[in-house]
Design a protein around this ligand. Structure first.
Ligand code: ZN
Length: 438
């Protein structure tokens, strides 16, 4: 099947709704599905048959997504690391074994700059490289990767176990205008400024993508994060699956800085111009005992002073911005562990104060029902829970509804979400089904 044809079928409004429901509730009965879609049973049956004929659903008695119908490629460009992964048609990241199998069969993604993730507790398949400090090297690396993804797509025509590539998504930090597909500015990578999506890709590579009808989209990493986190709640092996019915979710991401992805009433929120979620750049009161202490960096990356992320990095982790940028979640945990017990507890109290301030803001402003901590936070959250404190207030009702958990995929979530978002139109409103899961 041509990619355009595959994309047309997958993006047909009714098919899209059906597939979305099946990703979230794979065991749904056909009658319930028809009820959810508010259409006749016969119409649903006919549509299911079409999806089976096209091999997008498995040819079995059940309505099961053929996870190998296609793969979407997700790339995240963070302040410290760029990651690349593949997401299947069920919106699940492929595992390391399958990724290795694909690489062995095709010889792709063997570049010397690519590294294999360590401490990969989820078993997810991905590769990463350290984000270069200049645009030339970054674009060269990204183009190398995209060229290999194109090769992979071409191999799908001759190797039956390799699915076609449906699309490529790139998630970036900073201000991304998703409707115009423009990187306005990245606080953490100053060389990414006023760039159209096409400027990331060399003309010959762009031409190859066009010839194969493989769309490429860019989006904000916090939006990609939120989408990944919500879909991962529907996975039966996710320990957090009991929260899949939460309709108002905030995903808190600590990368080189802090941002958050927002789902309200089961819809991905983008704000007027995809610029919401800049939680890290909200000015907050400093930890009382450190009121007059010097800061590791005088200014925040946004140009302001007294931002939440500036204090978390300087006061909480005791690092300069550059030191923090270069540290992974495990390295941060290790660094904190090197402190004396007393100092370590003090640091947890400081972090707990700032995180508590952020939670308090999000609950009071948005009344969210679930906060997911992701990125570099994942490793330290187990120690931190007991140290989170909230500003004194008699307005605590919002806390009744709000559960706080750590992410399944952590720092890989934006790359997975980029893959998922690439299967949709740029800037598309993403929604989750409203049904109650039994
Ligand atoms: Zn700032």
């Amino acid at each position: 099947m041509q990619n355009e044809e595959l994309f047309r079928i997958v993006n047909d409004p009714m098919n899209k709704k059906i597939l979305n429901i099946l990703r979230c509730k794979p065991d749904i009965e056909k009658t319930t599905l028809a009820k959810e879609l508010k259409i006749a049973f016969q119409t649903v049956s006919k549509q299911i048959d079409i999806l089976k004929e096209q091999n997008i659903l498995c040819n079995s008695n059940r309505m099961e997504i053929n996870t190998r119908a296609y793969l979407a490629c997700g790339i995240s460009i963070g302040g410290a690391q760029c990651k690349i992964t593949l997401v299947d048609a069920g919106y699940r990241v492929i595992d390391e074994n399958y990724l290795e199998e694909i690489f062995e069969k095709t010889g792709v993604l063997r570049q010397s700059f690519l590294k294999k993730g360590e401490n990969n507790r989820t078993g997810a398949g991905y590769r990463y490289f350290e984000t270069p400090d200049n645009l030339k090297e970054l674009t060269e690396n990204i183009n190398e990767l995209i060229k290999d993804i194109i090769k992979l797509h071409d191999y799908s025509k001759s190797i039956s176990t390799i699915p076609p590539i449906s699309s490529i998504g790139i998630a970036l930090t900073g201000s991304i205008d998703a409707s115009k597909q423009v990187i306005l500015k990245s606080h953490n990578l100053s060389y990414l400024k006023n760039m159209k999506r096409e400027m990331l890709v060399f003309p010959d590579v762009l031409q190859k993508l066009r010839e194969r009808e493989i769309p490429l989209i860019i989006d904000h990493n916090a939006k990609a994060l939120a989408v990944c986190e919500k879909y991962s709640l529907y996975q039966t092996d996710n320990i957090n699956k009991i929260y899949q019915n939460k309709r108002n979710i905030l995903s808190f991401y600590l990368g080189s800085g802090i941002s958050c992805g927002l789902i309200l009433n089961n819809k991905l929120e983008r704000g007027c111009r995809n610029l919401n979620g800049e939680l890290g750049h909200i000015v907050v009161p400093r930890y009382p005992k450190l009121q007059n202490a010097p800061l590791k960096d005088e200014q925040c990356t946004c140009g302001g002073r007294g931002c939440l992320e500036q204090y978390i990095i300087s006061d909480g982790f005791g690092m300069t911005r550059e030191e923090f940028k270069a540290s992974t979640s495990e390295m941060l945990k290790e660094k904190l562990r090197e402190l004396s017990e007393e100092e370590y507890k003090e640091r947890l109290s400081i972090l707990g104060y700032y995180i508590g301030w952020a939670i308090d803001l999000c609950i009071k402003l948005l009344n969210v029902g679930l906060i997911i901590f992701s990125g570099k936070m994942t490793c330290i959250m187990d120690d931190l829970w007991g140290y989170i404190t909230y500003p004194q207030s008699n307005l605590e009702e919002g806390f009744l509804d709000c559960t706080k958990i750590t992410s399944k995929y952590g720092a890989l979530a934006p790359a997975i979400g980029a893959g998922i978002l690439s299967t949709c139109m740029p800037n598309e409103g993403i929604e989750w089904p409203e049904m109650e899961i039994i």
